[in-house]
Ligand binder design. Sequence first.
Ligand SMILES: Cc1cc2nc3c(=O)[nH]c(=O)nc-3n(C[C@H](O)[C@H](O)[C@H](O)COP(=O)(O)OP(=O)(O)OC[C@H]3O[C@@H](n4cnc5c(N)ncnc54)[C@H](O)[C@@H]3O)c2cc1C
Length: 413
Amino acid sequence: MTNSISRILIIGAGQAGAWAAHTLRQNGFDGELALVSNEESVFYERPPLSKQVLAGQMDAAATQLFSTEAIEAMNIEWHKPDTAVAIDRTRKEVRLASGKLLSYDKLMLTTGSRARVPVKAWAEIDGVHTVRTIADAARLGAKLLPGRRLAIIGGGWIGLEVAATARKQGLDVVVFELGERLCARSVAPQVSDFLYQLHSDQGVDVRLSCGAIDLAGAADGAVRVSAAGAVAGLFDAVVVGAGAEIASELGREAGLDTTSGLVVDACGKTSDADIYAAGDVAIHPELGYCIQSWANAQNQAISAALSLLGQDRPYADVPWLWSDQYQCNIQILGAAGSGEGTDIRRVCGDNQQSFIRLDAEDRLESLIAVNDPKLIKLGKRWIKAGMKLPAEILADPAQNLMTLKPYGLIARR
Ligand SMILES: Cc1cc2nc3c(=O)[nH]c(=O)nc-3n(C[C@H](O)[C@H](O)[C@H](O)COP(=O)(O)OP(=O)(O)OC[C@H]3O[C@@H](n4cnc5c(N)ncnc54)[C@H](O)[C@@H]3O)c2cc1C
């Protein structure tokens, strides 16, 4: 037992909940470890759901983070499927939908986020899908048959990944995007243009500034999609990829400091010293907003679990996520600020290019690399070192950036 903590309760058994449990056990916590999950499937990774699982190339079992034996060895008191509905911080108890009351010495909230469906009634239409869980991927996967018509509402990362997967399966795909460009919340216009071209070249019909969308059930399980008041067509299935809602209500209703997500310090501690949070539901302590990525969920949870055990490990990772679409592995590092800066495009070939953003002092702010994982590794080092970078060298594909020296020194060919 560590530090007189005898019972830890974790709510949510996704990526962050899994890594929190694993880290606690690996680091000597031998007290009671209880987990509440409103999903029957637990401790699995979501990235393959919109990619290999949807394409039928990966079995759902392969998305498990740890082996069955490793999970059994964690000696977890499971409460699933069940939903935590209220936290009583004074009594240090959590109430579940089943009526159970679970006590805790320390509580970890890893409740993540859920798919946002902008119009509630859409969720009741048979052919309308979201992609968040294994069950969602299985239900949609069964409909991805060659020649069928698929509409995607929302041109964000998940919508585009589903578009790529479905296109590769031989479906006719239309993407309806309300905004003027794709992935507008996370990337610069030139990256949106790249994504637009990528999908158009693959035969996806991308409709930007499409106007208000309306969905209605039609005969034989089809869905009628209307855009800007005009019928846009009948589809065999519709995927709503309209972003995610942060599942922060449990903490917020218990009175924890909340902005766009649960406010935590660098050690994952919320405004209650006995409650920690990590993953999609928690803000990034330096950036002040939630980062919805696989790496963030894992590493913030590891940091919070260690801190909970008294081994403070401040978390300050630079945001990093990836997306796979057709032949492109797209990795996104950092977060572009709104201040002055320089945008650089480095084109190394048809299938390899990068979009680099330097801040006003020539330090790397964000990097989006297409089929160039080595550059991402370098970028992580540059950001960590706060290195000033020469724009003209970054833009020149003939320059070997591995040999790039700090500002002022010229890279050798
Ligand atoms: C289809 C898809 C593809 C993705 N692809 C990528 C990718 O390529 N690269 C990348 O970096 N990231 C990707 N992501 C994002 C990444 O998977 C998430 O950021 C990560 O899963 C977040 O982990 P989490 O544990 O914080 O939350 P979640 O995975 O959402 O887990 C939270 C769990 O808590 C449960 N829960 C919530 N409230 C309660 C409650 N009150 N009681 C009990 N249980 C509760 C939820 O049902 C869920 O099971 C993808 C996400 C999706 C959905």
